[in-house]
Design a protein around this ligand. Structure first.
Ligand SMILES: Cc1cc2nc3c(=O)[nH]c(=O)nc-3n(C[C@H](O)[C@H](O)[C@H](O)COP(=O)(O)OP(=O)(O)OC[C@H]3O[C@@H](n4cnc5c(N)ncnc54)[C@H](O)[C@@H]3O)c2cc1C
Length: 542
């Protein structure tokens, strides 16, 4: 446990603000952020963690039950686990990274057990460590983060990074929503663990995930990778927000007139559902679940049933309307590009973990059912925290560094028009939510959407600074807009279908495009091709 002398220091600050000096600042308090904070503190760093919500209840994991890519260290089992998703992910995974994530996830899960996480056991008494209940897991992570001596700022969204004269990242600033004041943390290194971007599509736990970390990172010049793999849609009741697509494996899907939607219940049936939803309402009934399965569903995912119980619908007997909710980069695989084993980004002093970072190294272009993202969050979180702590130690003393805010959009006044955050969010959603634009992609539709998104960027670049009350929403809207532009520029550059990226005009997978796409830029968005790290396994002929 860390001693008091390892705590970040609160320093005197002007009225209406609080300031801290720290070695490492972690932005985001989901699994990735809390593992990063604990790991940095264990390396002796003074750590501050700032979360937009209440650390331990905010983000995609806290609201869900998550499968975890936990595989016993038996070479045959590990080999099978790595081979399992390679085709699905379009052969973009990297075996070296998969092996290290499997190792680290195994260690971290066993640490959770040592810390008292109540893993269930099977009939023979063997602990089952391949699944975590989000609320229980995150309550434990908050406790361990505090015990490690980390200063937690709850309800304190970061708004912009700080940089020194050399462009190295040196902290961040944000607001304390419940105290109505500002915070500034001067730090030697920053870990971005702000999750993915789900475009305010109302999937449970994801409305805090608006890509804020991406925008802040792009403002200091960081790069992104695999942003074309950002269009997963999950099935949910039309009247609810719980996206537990797995359960719909027991469903029959029907049109308004009661006839069955062809192909909807098969593997890959979401395309059929999306096409049917373009014509009219689609209904589901979980009528293939027997009594045993029904009981298991209720125990494993009680929150799935809340909206049904409230509305008096029995999902096993009654048919109910369904929709597909966009999950963006939360269950996509794109994110900040990491350049080494410590999850450093291309910008000095900046690290990335969890959904904020690209998961291409273990997932390629598809995450499929759960488990890899949770494994990535705990592994990359630990590496990023340790990497940031080591970087901070090597930097030594930084007293007297001049720091400046890197924040641009919504901070600089151009005075040509007012900033309207709600209208901006709607403008972005109109381009990324429709299935005919994002689920089923093609060059002409992507060009059209990009032209409108680029025009929106020009508009906000010329807008007034947002008012203090609006600045968070304005930055969220700008982050969603920037994310949509990286996503569609990358989607245009990948002229094939691979992983979750489907092009109507290029329906096949093209072996010559087995590479990664890098993107970044704010006023000018660019893309470039990076070769796949190494080809050590046979590529299946498509
Ligand atoms: C319904 C659902 C089910 C899932 N099931 C599985 C599964 O079974 N297995 C699996 O592997 N994965 C699953 N996932 C994905 C998994 O939940 C994520 O990969 C995981 O939560 C990523 O952890 P994270 O810490 O990176 O992000 P999150 O858990 O999303 O946490 C991000 C945190 O950042 C904070 N934040 C955001 N913006 C800011 C800001 N500006 N300043 C400060 N803080 C900020 C948020 O408040 C939040 O606390 C599921 C996702 C969903 C939506």
């Amino acid at each position: 446990m860390t001693t008091q002398s390892h705590r970040a220091e609160r320093v005197s600050a002007p009225a209406g603000s609080v300031e801290f000096d720290a070695d490492v600042l972690v932005l985001g308090g989901g699994p990735a952020g809390t593992w990063a904070a604990v790991s940095a503190a264990e390396r002796g760093a003074r750590v501050v963690l700032a979360d937009k919500g209440f650390c331990g209840t905010s983000g995609a994991t806290a609201a869900a039950g998550t499968g975890v890519w936990y595989v016993d260290p038996d070479p045959a089992l590990r080999e099978a686990a790595m081979a399992d998703r390679e085709k699905l992910g379009g052969y973009l995974q990297d075996r070296r990274w998969m092996a290290r994530v499997l190792d680290r996830t195994y260690q971290q899960s066993n640490r959770l057990a040592d810390w008292g996480y109540p893993y269930p056991t099977d009939d023979r008494g063997k602990p089952q460590r391949n699944s975590l209940q989000g609320p229980e897991y995150m309550r434990l992570m908050r406790k361990r983060t505090k015990q490690a001596g980390v200063t937690i700022l709850d309800h304190s969204p970061a708004l912009a990074l700080l940089v020194d004269d050399d462009g190295a990242v040196a902290g961040a600033s944000g607001e304390r929503r419940q105290k109505h004041d500002r915070w500034t943390v001067r730090a030697k290194a920053v870990v971005i663990a702000t999750g993915g971007c789900a475009f305010l599509s109302k999937t449970l736990g994801s409305n805090v995930l608006t890509g804020d970390g991406y925008l802040m990172a792009a403002e200091v010049g960081a790069e992104f990778s695999s942003m074309e793999f950002s269009n997963p849609y999950a099935i949910s009741p039309a009247f609810g927000s719980v996206t537990k697509t797995l359960f719909y494996g027991w469903a029959t899907f029907t049109y308004e007139d009661g006839s069955v939607v062809p192909g909807a219940a098969s593997k890959g049936g979401r395309s059929a559902i999306a096409r049917a939803l373009l014509q009219g309402p689609v209904y589901a009934r979980l009528d293939k679940a027997d009594d045993d399965v029904q009981r298991h569903m209720r125990v494993s995912q009680p929150n799935f049933f809340l909206p049904f119980d409230r509305t008096g619908i029995d999902p096993f007997k009654d048919r109910f309307p369904v929709t597909l909710r966009l999950e963006g980069t939360v269950r996509g695989t794109g994110g900040l590009r990491i350049v080494d084993d410590s999850c450093a980004t291309s910008v000095p002093g900046l690290y990335a973990a969890g959904d904020a970072a690209t998961r291409e190294l273990i997932c390629g272009g598809f995450t499929g059912g759960g488990s890899h993202n949770a494994a990535w969050a705990m592994s990359s979180g630990a590496w990023a925290g340790q990497g940031a702590a080591d970087y901070a130690r090597q930097l030594g003393t930084v007293a007297g560094r001049r720091l400046a805010s890197a924040g641009t959009i919504a901070f600089r006044s151009r005075s040509l028009r007012a900033f309207e955050p709600a209208a901006l969010a709607k403008r972005v959603q109109d381009e990324v939510v429709p299935y005919e634009l994002n689920y089923f992609r093609d060059a002409s539709r992507l060009h059209g959407a990009l032209a409108r998104l680029d025009a929106a960027w020009l508009d906000i670049s010329q807008a007034d600074a947002a008012s203090r009350a609006d600045v968070l929403r304005a930055r969220e809207g700008a982050a969603m807009l920037a994310t949509a532009r990286w996503m569609y520029r990358s989607a245009l550059a990948r002229e094939e279908s691979r992983g979750m990226h489907r092009r109507d005009d290029f329906p096949g997978q093209d072996n010559r495009q087995r590479h990664y796409l890098t993107t970044s830029g704010l006023d000018e968005v660019w893309t470039s091709v990076r070769p796949h790290a190494e080809i050590t396994y046979a590529e299946a002929a498509e």
